[in-house]
Ligand binder design. Sequence first.
Ligand SMILES: Cc1ncc(COP(=O)(O)O)c(C=O)c1O
Length: 395
Amino acid sequence: MSLVNTLSAELREMSVAGTLKRELLLKGPQGAVVEVEGRGEVVMLTSNNYLGLANHPAIVEAAEKAERDFGYGLASVRFICGTQTIHQELERRIAKFFNTEDTILYGSCWNANEGLFQTVTTEADAIVSDELNHASIIDGVRLAKAKKERFKNRDLGDLRRALEATRENRNRLIMTDGVFSMEGSLAPLPEMVEIAREFSAFLVVDDSHGTGVLGRTGRGTAEELGVFGKIDAYTSTLGKALGGSHGGFTTGPKTLVDYLRQKSRPYLFSNTLPPAVVMGSIAAIDLVERDPSFVTRLRENTTYFRKQLTAKGVKVREGIHPIVPVIIGDTAKAISMSAELLDRGIYVSGFGFPVVPQGQARLRCQISAAHTREHLDRAITAITDVAGKFGVLAA
Ligand SMILES: Cc1ncc(COP(=O)(O)O)c(C=O)c1O
């Protein structure tokens, strides 16, 4: 059988099983509402545009100015001829935002994770990683030669076990998501900081869903949980709350960043972030630092949405994060509900096994500061109606 025939057979199987992912076409920018080809305007309830900055005029303007002043691209990697003043400026701004010593930019947070573990560890070391960490962490850890220990999701006892099991290793790196994106749950960072100290381990948090989202000033999960300034290093993205375009980074001790600049393969061998993204990201950080109302509005919208749905008998995973999973149970039901909601003008994704555990299929709603009460009410009414129709409302 040729390769193409093998792939084609597998695609057919996925199609029959109903697990093929399909992409809807947006005819305009990302926002609280979007124009979907063939459907018209729908409320967007499934993007990471948490602060509503993905089409903010100040960011679009900054990106346009960057192209006029700095061009479209650098046609190179950073250390050859691809570093502009604005790249350094963005790195400094991110370090200031996180209260860290220095920052290194990557093409994405995927690249930041991919470029971390293999670079800073050897066979002598160990990486201790939460089992529900993002795919980019899982793949990044795979590339490292260090000993690997997984611990059960947010389970401090199991984290201790994993650290005990790596006592003989030279350096130990603990890796966790700040926010687990299928659950909207937070890593127990205060306890993890203590445990990392006790075991002399280096704690890294991927705060892709916390950056710009959590904490009074949007500094992330550590700020939310009262341990801002106590995390050894972070990886995070510019592709969600902070403008929603592209780019990622690692931020932490200067020595770590200096070392990554010398040796991290996705940094050394992949192109520089384009000027428009760099200036757009600086503008996004400006907005978040100057105007606390983005973060406040996001929190108010999230609280309202969670409370209203719960009051109407919709089973929502408890929490404070704008990722609001509505637990349905059966995968086929969750997928059908998502399709019916789209028919009613609400764009929300359904996730089933194997993305989430068997029997815990869900609609994953994501709230934005850009949603108005009217958008949220439309979504709440539609979700309640559809949940009633599919028999998943609490009695
Ligand atoms: C926890 C986490 N880490 C990393 C990433 C990858 O981010 P990027 O899109 O910048 O590669 C994501 C994106 O979904 C994420 O949720």
